[in-house]
Structures are given as structure tokens and as C-alpha cells.
Ligand binder design. Structure first.
Ligand code: NAD
Ligand code: DAU
Length: 351
């Protein structure tokens, strides 16, 4: 079996569902259930005996050690993290606690477990760190995309905390020989994404007839990766990736934020005709330190592991919008007090 951390969040839950369908191998899922963790994300595997959910913190070394001893996983995939850049700007502490110290404690528990394994199991064991393209910093319009050898230059508290975690993973391989793998991917979108991130926030606001808040001039560029393509990439890296290596994962879909929002408005107009969604677009104050452009060179994972994205931005976005239209109860359950306080804090008009 494998151990997944953060598997009640957006990508982790999609990964658990996808993993069981694709491989049938049992999964233990360790998640703290922070504001973005949601057992509702795991509804499709609620009665699946191959899935065991455990509420807990990756930073609790003793708890992770007992979990490892009890279940003896052959691999660990670490999704658990604080993940929202804007929240990291308002309050970086939780990012240091979970992303830096938490990953370190997790690695220490895993290192002790791995060291005591019989030789064949030690050799076959894998630790996969799910990281981000944000660790590479920002690109000018004509710069080549990020490759695996681009130096780290994180610009936000979030990306700095992910970069620090990646460095501990790297050191654990280099110093102790732990068979680690790291993936650095671009912006995911798809079902079950917490509606603080661009795509689901815009869908939720558009459906409620609220403003669609575009930061600054909306000309920042991101690469968009459909979540099930990301899950397939992680499976490929886990099975065939070379220990100690990092792999960039991208969606071959570089777009300006304003174009993303307008495309989303057209998809919504097709799927739920009526309001003039584009008229809701509103320019708001920019994110401090906002990275201008991310782009991914994913040739290494293509060449070595034969992975490529299967969804275009148009096909992935159509599936995403349909999922949100079919799951309004999921959305309503999230839009509780904590969510409303976040929205008020982040989008309050400038005094
Ligand atoms: P998310 O915020 O939706 O989910 C994070 C999950 O981690 C939640 O279920 C939360 O409860 C859990 N968690 C947080 N702190 C924990 C702790 N201390 N112990 C155990 N569980 C904890 O995030 P996501 O978008 O699914 O991101 C998953 C991973 O992928 C993160 O590591 C993130 O940095 C990385 N990533 C995300 C994207 C993206 O576009 N969403 C892109 C690149 C990389
Ligand atoms: O690149 C990978 C990263 O993508 C992940 O590591 C992060 O965990 C994930 O949150 C995401 O970070 P971003 O900051 O790129 O995603 P977000 O959805 O917050 O914003 C996407 C872009 O849209 C960014 O340029 C900021 C802009 N934006 C975002 C929001 C929430 C707006 O213009 N308006 C908004 O209201």
C-alpha cells in the first residue's frame, strides 16, 4: 500500500480517487483537515475498503511513525501543505509550520522507518514530494520556460516555504540516500478545488452574480494543468522516475489571467446561459510581489517517462464548470463563516 498526505484537499483527493481506479492498490490517507481539507472531497471512495482515512498532522513525528509501523507503505506521496499565496501574504506562520517544519518532521519519521526496512524494501521504497513551479520565481515575457535546472528564486512566503521543503527532500536523498522524487507542477484546476483559487472563485462568484476580481492589469501568465493529468504524471514519476530526480509537470496551456476569466465566462454562458458574466469582471488591487509569468518546460517527464497532458484548457475547463454546476451543495457547504471572513479580508475595498 501507499501513504498519501493531504489527501482530503483538492489534488490529494483527486489523486486518491484516481489511484484506486487506476491501480487498485490500498491507500492510507493522512490529513489534518484544515480549512481546505474536506471529507466531502472523498465521497466517491467513502465506502471503499481500500481507502483508510486518518486525521493527523504531518508535523507530528510520533503519529506518523506509528502510522508507518502499522501500515508499512512502499511509498509516501506528500501533498499536505498550506497552499494559497494570498493567505501566505496575510499570515506566513502556518506555511512555515506545515510546509517547512511539517515536511521536515515527516521526512525524519520516514527516514527512521526506511532505515529499518529489509534491503529489498529499502531499495524499492519511494518518497514523492509534490512541489510547485512557483519555487523558480518569475519569468519575463520572452524568457525560456522553467526547466529542472532553473535556479530556485521563490518570491512569496508560500513559495519560499515550498522551496525550503524541497531543499530538505533533496538533502535527505543526497545525505542519507532516501529514494526521493520531486515534481514541480503548474496551476492545477478541476473538480474539488477550494474556491479561494482563481478558477473556482470565478465560477462561484459568477454563479452568484458577484464581481469577478482580477488582480492588477490581469496580464500575468500562468500555465494551466488539469488535475487528472497531474495525477497521471505523479503515478508515472512514482513508478518509473529515477530516485533523486525532479520532474516538471505542465499543461501546455500558458494563458493570461484575464483571458482565463473571459474563457470561463464563455464556457459558463454556454453551460448556463442567461447573465452577462463578462460584465462582472472587476479590476482590483494587485497581489503584493505578484509573479508576472510562470511557464513549464515538461520535456524531461515526456522523454523519460512518456507522460503528456491529455486535456486542453478548453476541454478541462468545460469538465470543471460542469462539475461545479452539478455540485452546488459541495460549494454551499464550503461557503461558511471561515470562507466569508477570508473573502472579506482579501477583497475588502481599499480604505
Ligand atoms: P489544498 O489546500 O486543496 O489541500 C491541502 C491539504 O493538505 C488539505 O486537505 C489540508 O487539510 C491538508 N493539510 C494541510 N496542513 C496539513 C498538515 N500539517 N498535516 C496534514 N495535512 C495537512 O491544496 P492542493 O491545491 O490540493 O495542493 C496539494 C499540493 O500540491 C500542495 O503541496 C501544493 O503546494 C502543491 N501544488 C498545488 C498546485 C495547485 O495549483 N493547486 C500547483 C502546484 C503544486
Ligand atoms: O503555480 C502553482 C501554484 O498555483 C501552486 O503552487 C499554488 O498552491 C496554487 O495556489 C497556485 O498559485 P497561484 O497564486 O498562481 O494561484 P491563484 O489561483 O491564487 O491565482 C492564479 C492567478 O490569478 C494569479 O496570477 C493571481 C490571479 N488572481 C487570483 C485570485 C484568487 C486574480 O487575479 N484574482 C483572484 O481573485
Amino acid at each position: 500500500m501507499i501513504l498519501v498526505t493531504g489527501g482530503a484537499g483538492f489534488i490529494g483527493a483527486n489523486f486518491v480517487i484516481d489511484w484506486l481506479a487506476a491501480t487498485g492498490e490500498p491507500v492510507v490517507n493522512l490529513d489534518k483537515l484544515t480549512y481546505s481539507g474536506n471529507l466531502g472531497n472523498l465521497a466517491p471512495v467513502r465506502d471503499d475498503r481500500r481507502h483508510t482515512f486518518v486525521r493527523g498532522d504531518i508535523g507530528d513525528r510520533a503519529a506518523v511513525a506509528s502510522l508507518l509501523a502499522a501500515h508499512r507503505p512502499r511509498a509516501v506521496v506528500n501533498f499536505a501543505a498550506e497552499t494559497h499565496v494570498d493567505r501566505s501574504i496575510h499570515g506566513p506562520d502556518a506555511f512555515v509550520k506545515t510546509n517547512v517544519a511539517g515536511t521536515f518532521e515527516l521526512l525524519e519519521a520516514i527516514r527512521a522507518y526506511w532505515t529499518a526496512l529489509p534491503q529489498a524494501e529499502r531499495a524499492a521504497f519511494r518518497f514523492l514530494q509534490v512541489s510547485t513551479d512557483e519555487v523558480y520565481g518569475t519569468l519575463a515575457p520572452d524568457d525560456p520556460p522553467f526547466s529542472e535546472t532553473t535556479p530556485y528564486a521563490p518570491n512569496s512566503p508560500y513559495s519560499a516555504s515550498k522551496a525550503a521543503a524541497d531543499h530538505f527532500v533533496r538533502a535527505c536523498h543526497h545525505t542519507y540516500g532516501l529514494p526521493t522524487l520531486t515534481t514541480n507542477c503548474s496551476n492545477n484546476y478541476g473538480p474539488r478545488q477550494f474556491p479561494e483559487k482563481l478558477v473556482p472563485l470565478m465560477i462561484a462568484n459568477a454563479l452568484a452574480g458577484k464581481a469577478l476580481p482580477v488582480y492588477g492589469d490581469g496580464q500575468q501568465v500562468r500555465d494551466w494543468l488539469y488535475v487528472s493529468d497531474h495525477c497521471a504524471a505523479i503515478r508515472a514519476v512514482l513508478e518509473r522516475g529515477r530516485p533523486g530526480e525532479t520532474y516538471n509537470v505542465g499543461g501546455e496551456a500558458e494563458m493570461k489571467n484575464l483571458d482565463v476569466v473571459h474563457t470561463l465566462c464563455s464556457v459558463l454562458a454556454r453551460e448556463r446561459p442567461g447573465p452577462d458574466y463578462a460584465a462582472l469582471v472587476t479590476f482590483v488591487k494587485d497581489r503584493p510581489g505578484h509573479d508576472r509569468r510562470y511557464a513549464i518546460d515538461a520535456r524531461k517527464i515526456g522523454r523519460e517517462l512518456g507522460w503528456r497532458p491529455t486535456e486542453t484548457f478548453a476541454s478541462g475547463l468545460a469538465k470543471t464548470v460542469r462539475w461545479y454546476l452539478d455540485n452546488t451543495a459541495w460549494l454551499a457547504a464550503i461557503q461558511t463563516r471561515e470562507y466569508q471572513s477570508w473573502i472579506s479580508l482579501q477583497y475588502a475595498p481599499a480604505a
